[in-house]
Design a binder for this molecule. Structure first.
Ligand code: 2BA
Length: 111
């Protein structure tokens, strides 16, 4: 049976609801604490090993549970990036509900 590795970077605020929904449907996940390079805010990266056939179901749960939202980028950080001439106010960016990578898995074993 072929498997995929799903890496999903999600907002911390969605993590509990998302992992509960995944567990209800029988999907196991490992959570890594991660940090976005642009906002430098904490987010969560979920690692899921799933059967090929289950990928659409997991994608559906991610889409349903992860809400996109507006977040402000601090002026201090914009200045550090050298972007302050373009922005005279804190910048509002649309942070996606989930950033998802689906990767082929060569082997999946549990010992
Ligand atoms: P951050 O790097 O903190 O990015 C947060 C949001 O800031 C991004 O939302 C995007 O709307 C904006 N942003 C990021 N880089 C930008 C730039 N150079 N100029 C203008 N705006 C920028 P999302 O795209 O939804 O990404 C949310 C989080 O997902 C990211 O947090 C990062 O942790 C991860 N991510 C997104 N794309 C990725 C990729 N291609 N590879 C790895 N991680 C990624």
């Amino acid at each position: 049976m072929a498997h995929k590795l799903i890496l999903a970077i999600v907002n911390d605020d969605d993590r509990v609801r998302l992992t509960e929904a995944l567990l209800r449907e029988g999907f196991r996940a490992t959570k890594l604490s991660s940090t976005g390079s642009f906002l430098r805010a904490g987010n969560s990266t979920l690692i899921l090993g799933v059967k090929d056939i289950d990928v659409p179901k997991v994608m559906g749960i991610l889409e349903e549970q992860c809400k996109s939202r507006q977040e402000l980028v601090s002026e201090l950080w914009l200045a550090e990036l050298g972007l302050e001439p373009d922005y005279h106010q804190p910048l509002s960016v649309n942070v996606g509900g989930a950033t998802v990578f689906v990767i082929d898995v060569e082997q999946f074993k549990k010992f």
